[in-house]
Design a protein around this ligand. Structure first.
Ligand code: PMT
Length: 333
């Protein structure tokens, strides 16, 4: 008689082999196509990092990601963000000696040019026809001082090759790009001197490629019901697997003040990263909170400072840099 319950060690479960199905973050990368430009993106990034030698690096993400509803995209869902926080912060990182990888939504605000684009003025309003040199154009006297200051900083960043602009549009492009940056940082051993400053507003829902219609959805079909899948939370992957030695700062945007701090704390506990900067839609240009597991600190502009045109990022960025220095000490020792 044979037995049905004999133990054969050869067939026992091999604990060294993962028995979990692939994590949803990994499935996302398998099921959605990588942007065609990714190899070129990686080449540019590697070159930039190599050229910047031992300089500290800030990866600043900025602007909102889109979710296309059609493959040949006419309609898409967007996330709120003009790119002000990211573009402004990038300038202060550069001023503090960092090289900046600026992963931004295409056509959102950029460091330096932000002062003159998307403003209430048309860029031509900053110009006048020269009286001394007829037929030529010059900057209006009232903008000279500020524009010269911005121009010098912009030219310096170009000369030093310390600012790399990398655009994205869709949430899928953003996620592939973010992963590529994190993995390249580790590969080139830049990770310990790098801070990720995640100010982009990332879609929480998306339309998987498998359900994306090829052509423009026809209105003759009547009412449109859109069924979106949740985007896996990538922060966890970033912290644990792609960039464990990088200091990671995420942003939390809320509209209800009473939940801001608790939501920021929940994110820290869930993702186990270093800092969440909380802001309210209504007051984001004037006030933020820095939330760590140990404490919450508030930083704000006084009315006077606001009137003088001081920017909250001038306070946020040096504070992040202080914490980055402490983090680097910890990781390197
Ligand atoms: O550009 P402005 O107009 O100046 O606006 C700036 C801002 C208000 C958009 C910015 O300061 C800000 O708060 N950005 C974060 C917005 C936000 O709350 O995003 P979120 O809740 O979708 O994501 C929070 C964090 O989780 C992000 O750091 C993101 O990288 C991460 N995330 C999000 C979605 C997702 N699927 N995976 C993630 O890991």
């Amino acid at each position: 008689m044979y037995t049905t319950n004999a133990i054969n060690p050869e067939k026992a479960i091999d604990r060294s082999v993962a028995d979990q199905p692939p994590a949803e973050e990994d499935l996302y990368f398998e099921q959605n196509p990588a942007p065609e430009y990714l190899p070129e993106f990686e080449r540019k990034l590697s070159e930039f990092l190599t050229n910047n030698g031992t300089r500290k690096v800030a990866v600043v993400t900025s602007g909102g990601t889109t979710v296309p509803l059609e493959n040949n995209t006419v309609r898409f869902i967007d996330n709120f963000s003009a790119g002000t926080r990211g573009a402004t912060s990038a300038e202060y990182f550069l001023e503090n000696g960092y090289a900046v990888v600026f992963l931004h939504r295409q056509f959102s605000l950029l460091p330096y040019s932000r002062h003159y684009t998307h403003s209430t003025n048309c860029f031509l309003d900053y110009m006048v026809e020269s009286e001394t040199e007829p037929g030529s154009v010059k900057v209006d006297e009232k903008y000279q001082v500020q524009m010269l200051d911005v121009l010098r900083k912009y030219k310096q960043a170009q000369k030093d090759n310390t600012l790399l602009l990398l655009p994205f549009t869709t949430v899928t492009q953003y996620l592939f790009s973010l992963r590529c940056i994190a993995l390249t940082m580790s590969k080139l051993h830049v990770d310990t001197r790098c801070v990720f400053y995640l100010a982009a507003a990332v879609s929480d829902f998306f339309m998987p490629t498998s359900r994306l219609p090829q052509h423009k959805i026809q209105s003759s079909g009547g009412e449109l019901v859109v069924n979106l899948d949740p985007v896996p939370k990538f922060l966890k992957r970033l912290v644990e697997a792609w960039a464990p030695r990088v200091m990671i700062v995420s942003f939390k945007l809320e509209t209800d003040e009473s939940i801001l701090e608790s939501k920021a704390k929940t994110a820290l506990e869930r993702y186990n990263h270093q800092l969440v900067i909380g802001n309210l839609l209504q007051t984001r240009k004037k006030e933020v909170i820095f939330v760590t597991l140990e404490e919450t600190e508030k930083y704000s502009l006084t009315d006077e400072e606001e009137k003088e045109g001081k920017e909250i990022e001038e306070i946020i960025v040096p504070e992040v840099i202080k914490r980055h220095d402490v983090w680097q000490e910890k990781v390197c020792n």
